[in-house]
Design a protein around this ligand. Structure first.
Ligand code: NAD
Length: 256
């Protein structure tokens, strides 16, 4: 079922081989758009694109590499003729207490999750400008809205993505380029598999809605922001988290 109308739109989605990126690629294709999925996971990325048919292609692309970014965008134009949207979705996560996080690891997470987004925006903007505008959606996190324990590098990078999105929004509005951030809560993907949460109601009592999200629920919000239906939205931070960042649950306060 198409969430929104994306007909005619060409979108690049980083980290699209699996998880939220793959679900977003599916939403774009269902909406009538075409998509270049990029990732460092070649086999999985190629398979995901093949499953979506001719409207989707895959290219190996490491978001930390400026040369890879240029190649990905050149490939998009060569294949689809234009660029309308960019979803900066690729990311890595880790869990360590701040005191135990290594400097090397902190740097690695920031490099992928934040520097990668910066290079992507910087490389895509001339192309979006040339096409008369577009939509950039940066995937931050609930960890970019609150102080989530065990996420020193990850949380810092996601707060950075949220801030960078605001800067992009104010600087690029004159070019008709909208920049928004999406903040998923706990969602079932390969990234969160090690946490061991099972699908189903009541599986995440920490969120007011009591459950984790599924990738399609995040993808729907991203697809909306890519579409012309979100034409007056820029600089927004869209939490898609079952209420996790809205406040504590009633159970937490009452001890029930
Ligand atoms: N799953 C969640 O609960 C959750 C919550 C909040 C935010 N997020 C964010 O959503 C995004 C997608 O996460 P996911 O849950 O689908 O995880 P995932 O691990 O399933 O997908 C992330 C993808 O990014 C790719 N990737 C990693 N490093 C890369 C690099 N250097 N260059 C290109 N691709 C690279 C991975 O190969 C992987 O396919 C991430 O930015 C993540 O931080 C996820």
């Amino acid at each position: 079922m198409a969430v929104v109308d994306l007909s005619g739109k060409v979108v690049v989605i980083t980290g699209g081989a699996r998880g939220l990126g793959a679900a977003t690629a599916q939403a774009v294709v269902e909406g009538g758009g075409r998509v270049l999925i990029t990732d460092v996971l070649e086999e999985e990325g190629a398979r995901t694109a093949a499953e979506l048919g001719g409207a989707a292609r895959f290219l190996r692309h490491d978001v930390t590499s400026e040369a890879d970014w240029q190649a990905a965008l050149d490939h998009t134009v060569a294949t689809f003729g234009r660029l309308d949207g960019l979803v900066n979705n690729a990311g890595i996560a880790t869990g360590a207490l701040l005191e135990q996080e290594s400097v090397e690891h902190f740097r690695q997470v920031v490099e992928v999750n934040l520097v990668g987004v910066f290079i992507g925006i910087r490389t895509a903007v001339p192309l979006l400008r040339a096409g008369g505008g577009g939509s950039i959606v940066n995937i931050s996190s609930a960890a970019g809205l609150t102080g989530l324990p065990l996420t020193a590098g990850y949380g810092a990078s996601k707060w950075g993505v949220r801030g960078l999105s605001k800067i992009g929004a104010v600087e690029l509005a004159e070019a008709r380029i909208r920049v928004n951030s999406v903040h998923p809560g706990m969602t079932l993907t390969p990234m969160t598999a090690p946490v061991g949460i099972q699908p189903g109601e009541g599986n995440f009592p920490g969120a007011p809605m009591g459950r984790v999200g599924v990738p399609e629920e995040i993808a729907a919000a991203v697809a909306f922001l890519l579409s012309d239906a979100a034409g007056y939205m820029t600089g927004a931070e869209l939490a898609v988290d079952g209420g996790w960042t809205a406040g504590p649950t009633v159970r937490t306060l009452t001890g029930g």
